[in-house]
Design a protein around this ligand. Structure first.
Ligand SMILES: [Zn+2]
Length: 277
């Protein structure tokens, strides 16, 4: 195909020319659809923190190209800003001017900064205000439900805004519980995403258990669907007995969801989500 966009002679072709390959055609259509969906005309309001999308009646690939360029510049600015904010992580690592300590259920206290904790979590802010009001000399907050490693992981997130893959693998459930308890929506969103991304028969019971602790509807529905889908494998797994002994009410919900699923199948319908009460 002698494509006027990506072909070897593309640089010498002049418009109008109608020969275009499927890849360029589909790519162009997708870009225009993207621009229309997000009402983008390639203009970016750089006075704002985020890319400001504006509407325009005529959109073409040239506008898509302008928008891509603006997005690239925006991304570079974001990276520079992230590098600038990396100073918080250094302050944490180096224990620079720390003015409070956080004590987990085990291990030594970890030095931190009151101002940062207060800006990351309203619960921490309230705890700090309360501590100062009740005991001005108090310079330790106790988080006995977390292990030392989990607290370290939580603090690393609060200072850097990210979870390392190693930390995610080891502590994603405890971080979700902490995000719920200390009201840290960004951490909650990250954990939810990671948990949903790795949800399968091997961890569905664990996810269901955690979703119940955090009252997380999205995770609960997804875990329940996965359990119903892989019921046979899960029921005969070694973990099911332990789960059943600890979570009788969830077993009732699983049974009801399975019953509804089977009923739907018999009626010839397809259940999109396992429902439960
Ligand atoms: Zn092409």
């Amino acid at each position: 195909m002698d494509c006027c966009i990506c072909g070897p002679m593309a640089s010498v072709f002049r418009s109008p020319r109608n020969t275009i390959c499927t890849s360029c055609y589909e790519g162009g259509r997708s870009m225009i659809a993207f621009l229309n969906m997000h009402e983008v005309d390639g203009a970016v309001d750089r006075s704002r923190d985020s890319v400001q999308l504006q509407s325009n009646s005529t959109k073409g690939i040239l506008q898509a190209w302008n928008y891509m360029n603006e997005m690239k510049n925006h991304q570079e600015e974001m990276k520079e800003r992230m590098d600038f904010l990396e100073g918080f992580s250094v302050a944490f690592r180096e224990k620079m001017h720390a003015d409070i300590e956080l004590k987990a259920g085990n291990g030594v206290p970890i030095p931190a900064h009151r101002a940062l904790l207060a800006t990351r979590s309203e619960i921490f802010q309230t705890m700090l205000d309360w501590d100062e009001f009740k005991a001005p000399s108090s310079d330790t907050i106790s988080l006995p439900e977390l292990s030392h490693e989990e607290l370290q992981c939580l603090l690393q997130f609060l200072y850097s805004g990210s979870l390392s893959s190693e930390n995610t693998e080891q502590h994603v459930y405890s971080m979700l519980v902490a995000a719920d308890k200390y009201d840290i929506p960004f951490l909650k969103k990250l954990c939810e995403k990671r948990i949903l991304g790795s949800l399968d028969a091997s961890n569905a019971l664990e996810v269901l258990e955690i979703s119940e602790i955090c009252s997380n509807k999205i995770l609960k529905e997804s875990a329940m669907s996965s359990i119903v889908k892989h019921m046979e494998e899960i029921v005969f797994s070694p973990g099911f007995e332990r789960f059943a002994l600890k979570n009788a009410h969830l077993c009732v919900e699983i049974t009801r969801a399975l019953f509804r699923e089977n009923k739907d199948k018999k009626l010839g319908g397809t259940s999109q989500h396992a429902s439960f009460t």
